[in-house]
Ligand binder design. Structure first.
Ligand code: NAD
Length: 374
């Protein structure tokens, strides 16, 4: 079975889908791994390192003919017809917003696995690339804020006076938010956090941060643990409850997401206007619509002295570790369904994880959620 890994085509994407240690493990299982020349350049991995791990270096057009294609980002639509009929394509796909791409994959008989659709189950944790990348993104939000803030995070008691700790407010406490809390705490900040899922309160407290309580009535979560969308009235109550905390914070980090939908606006222009000049907002949801009114993708905007950071691809800023984790997620997925006798990856269509993440197969859209999205 051949596995091909082409270079990413998205501008400034430095992450790579497969690193040499995973190549080595796949080759030992009996796979032939084809790597596009120069794949690892962005994270200082040479073609030689891949060859030592057992890979074959080749040009893009030859490897697109592999049985399995591994990528981080969705494939360029014009490359889909160049893939082998019946090939398995594994990457992030954004299937809710990429209907034309999904149709094209189906039309070309590609079995496409979408990494964001891997279920949030205990068994699937090792393949959960949304989590591995969100974890790093959470870390990066704090690093960016700490660097841009003209104050320090920890408390200092010195002969030159006492410096009080920075106040950091984290909105949305999923995987990224939890890592942001932990990172800000390690730097010595005073951290507060809010999420619409009440179950999060204990997790926030266990990291030594304060949970902001706002009574929104019934909120809850889906069976996969994702937040349910609030009503407009609930969202308004939330904003009012958070406004004062924001106005007293040096840093506000927003990570609120709704699975498969546009991110909720949790910070309005009015709330930003009430914040102290010099304070920093990092809008981690900027790529899915934005949590902050006025944030701009891949830009830093200053409004009345408040800097709103809307940089995209945050895990890509730690490209080496992000690649290491993503590569392990892919390897774990392949290993889970690897037939040792036939030395090949087999799609078990009855398996819960495959049912969750397989989007197209044998010419059709097979994922119910995506199929019903017309
Ligand atoms: P996510 O990226 O979908 O959303 C980030 C956070 O935003 C969530 O905590 C969500 O509750 C919150 N949010 C949504 N609307 C909000 C609003 N208006 N205000 C404030 N916060 C808002 O979340 P995620 O990091 O992907 O995690 C989703 C769930 O999956 C969590 O329950 C997490 O613990 C769970 N999870 C489970 C596993 C597993 O069991 N294998 C792995 C990873 C995550």
């Amino acid at each position: 079975m051949t596995i091909g890994v082409p270079k990413e085509t998205f501008p400034n994407e430095k992450r790579v889908a497969l690193i040499p240690s995973s190549v080595d493990r796949l080759v030992k299982k009996g796979a032939k791994v084809l790597i596009e020349a120069g794949l690892g350049q962005t994270i200082n991995i040479s073609d030689d390192d891949y060859v030592k791990a057992g890979a074959t270096i080749c040009d893009r057009s030859s490897l697109l003919n592999a049985d399995i294609i591994l990528r981080i980002r969705k494939p360029p639509v014009e490359e889909i017809s160049k893939l082998k009929k019946g090939a398995i394509h594994i990457s992030f796909l954004d299937p809710f917003n990429e209907r034309a791409l999904v149709d094209e994959l189906a039309k070309n008989q590609i079995s496409a696995i979408s990494m964001e659709m891997i279920p949030r189950s205990t068994r699937a944790q090792k393949m959960d690339a949304l989590s591995s990348q969100a974890n790093l993104a959470g870390y990066v939000t704090v690093m960016l804020a700490a660097e841009r803030l003209d104050r320090i995070f920890p408390m200092l008691m010195t002969p030159a006076g006492t410096i009080s700790p920075a106040k950091v407010f984290i909105i949305g406490v999923g995987v990224a938010g939890l890592q942001a809390i932990a990172t800000a705490k390690r730097l010595g900040a005073r951290v507060e956090a809010f999420d619409t899922r009440p179950v999060v309160e204990e997790q926030v407290k266990s990291l030594g941060a304060k949970f902001i309580k706002i009574d929104l009535g019934e909120t809850g979560q889906t069976k996969d643990g994702y937040a349910k969308a609030l009503t407009p009235e609930q969202l308004e109550i939330q904003r009012q409850g958070m406004a004062k905390v924001c106005s007293q914070s040096d840093v506000v980090i927003t990570t609120a997401q709704l699975f498969g939908r546009k991110a909720p606006v949790v910070l309005t222009k009015d709330m930003v206007a009430q914040m102290k000049p010099g304070s920093i907002i990092v809008d981690m949801a900027v790529e899915s619509g934005g949590n902050v009114e006025g944030s701009k993708l891949n830009e830093e905007v200053v409004v009345n002295g408040v800097r709103i950071i809307g940089l995209g691809n945050l895990p890509g800023r730690t490209a080496s570790h992000a690649s290491q984790m993503y590569s392990a997620n892919l390897h774990n997925l392949l290993e889970e369904y690897w037939d040792k006798d036939q030395k090949m990856f087999k799609l078990n269509l009855e398996d819960e994880i495959i049912k969750g993440c397989l989007i197209t197969h044998q010419g059709s859209i097979v994922n119910e959620m995506v199929k019903n999205l017309k």
